[in-house]
Design a protein around this ligand. Structure first.
Ligand SMILES: [Zn+2]
Ligand SMILES: [Zn+2]
Length: 443
């Protein structure tokens, strides 16, 4: 079915703001975004019947970590320990039921999974990959030029580890604030769809640590393709100025198609059962906090998206470093959906995007769900997003056109009311001032 991408009447401010509408107006094909070769099985959470599939998924993670980093590197040791931890947490949190894995019941789904990924590739992906291969070829073919390839590789490795460690330090600071306010975490989540998992007797410290472990393991696997590129491709100081400029041009083009690419990939992550269990599920298996965030993905999903999806893995390591630093830090900040806890989100930022709704039990929206038609978009936000294309700033329109998503919905209203209730409250002994009932025994 063909639809026209336009402003939704349901979007606040839609009648008054016309910015970007004409530029964004184009016809979209719903059947392309929602195409499935197998059965549609919407999923948002894991069940104990998924145990065998989850075990297989973790085994593939182990294989990828060892093949990428080697068996005895610090990244591997941390990654393998976290694989063991997340597997044991699956057993503790969901239980175990032995069922033939989906990948054996419908093996064709595995083939489809790769077909979907390949079909969704954008032209800029091939340009970035082609540039990387060309630079490698030219560097090897002209040994007399001062490429300084080994020095560049060493620098790139410093950047790689500097990136991982600095993000992990930031994630650890967030962990400490969650543990300090663990009663508040429980109190908020028990008033949302998370009450199915978070109860009075749930070990909330363990849930918080599980979210932290999910974030670190997702991060280790997501940057594995970047590590492979750094350690296997020869970069040249001679070509550096040109490649950096071209990387910027490619990335500007990529951001224009990013929401459409992400909508399709993310829709598959929730509507193809194999995609959910093997790829996207871990992103929704931990509490909705900045602790879990890397780049909107599960464990294996990060590896696949950064080998057959995003072009950024193939950028010069300096450009890749800057991009990973900015985007992962931002993704962490915009996933802090439990109010009153570091990194504290501003209300106007919560108000103009609805990914929070997705983490609080709703399948939709599937895109980045930003709404720059919203009256809460301040001049400061407009300034900080001035280099972001309209396809991202008005990304909610794609969901509105494809699924009829309503901006004003009960889940979102609940999120905003919890924010108003808890964001500015003081916290004593890890719980809000307002709730003065007996502090439960800590697990
Ligand atoms: Zn999702
Ligand atoms: Zn998310």
């Amino acid at each position: 079915m063909e639809l026209t991408l336009h402003k939704s009447r349901g979007a606040p401010g839609a009648e008054t703001s016309g910015k970007g509408v004409v530029r964004n107006m184009h016809t979209i094909d719903q059947s392309e975004f929602h195409k499935l070769y197998g059965p549609r099985k919407p999923r948002a959470v894991y069940y104990k019947k998924d145990f065998c599939d989850y075990l297989l998924m973790i085994m593939v993670c182990v294989g990828i970590i060892i093949l990428s980093y080697g068996l005895v590197s610090p990244m591997s040791i941390a990654g393998l320990a976290l694989c063991a931890f997340t597997l044991s947490m699956f057993v503790a949190r969901h239980g175990v039921e032995f069922r033939l894995p989906v990948v054996l019941v419908r093996p064709q789904e595995l083939f489809y999974l790769f077909v979907y990924k390949l079909q969704n590739l954008k032209p800029v992906y091939f340009v970035a990959l082609g540039m990387l291969l060309l630079e490698n070829f030219l560097t090897v073919a002209t040994p007399n030029l001062p490429h300084y390839a080994e020095a560049l590789r060493k620098t790139a490795l410093y950047l790689f580890y500097g990136h991982f460690l600095s993000i992990t330090v930031y994630r650890t600071a967030i962990l400490i604030d969650h543990l300090r306010k663990k009663h508040l975490v429980r109190e908020v989540l028990m008033q949302t769809a998370w009450q199915r998992a978070i109860k009075e007797n749930t070990n909330i410290s363990l849930e918080i640590f599980h979210a932290y472990a999910t974030g670190i393991l997702t991060h280790i696997i997501l940057i594995a393709p970047w590590y492979i590129v750094i350690t296997h491709v020869r970069f040249s100081l001679v070509f550096l100025p040109v490649t950096l400029v071209l990387n910027i041009v490619i990335h500007v083009k990529w951001t224009k198609v990013l929401n459409e690419w992400f909508y399709r990939d993310h829709w598959l992550g929730h509507n193809s059962e194999l995609d959910f269990i093997f790829l996207h599920g871990p992103h929704h298996d931990a509490i909705p906090s900045g602790l879990i965030a890397v780049a909107e993905n599960g464990f294996l999903e990060g590896f696949l998206r950064h080998t057959i999806g995003y072009p950024s893995t193939f950028y010069n390591p300096v450009a890749a470093f800057l991009l990973y630093m900015l985007e992962i830090k931002k993704d962490i900040d915009v996933h802090q959906y439990i109010p009153g806890i570091f990194p504290r989100m501003k209300r106007e930022m919560l108000e103009i995007a609805q990914h929070s709704t997705h983490h609080y039990g709703s399948l939709e929206p599937y895109g980045f769900a930003l709404n720059f038609d919203h009256p809460s978009v301040t001049e400061e936000i407009r300034r900080s997003y001035r280099n972001i294309p309209d396809s991202l700033k008005y990304s909610i329109r794609l969901d509105q056109a494809l699924t009829g998503f309503k901006w004003d919905n009960p889940t979102f209203r609940r999120i905003l009311s919890l924010y108003d209730k808890y964001h500015n409250l003081g916290v004593v002994d890890g719980r809000s001032h307002e709730n003065q009932g007996p502090i439960p025994d800590e697990n």
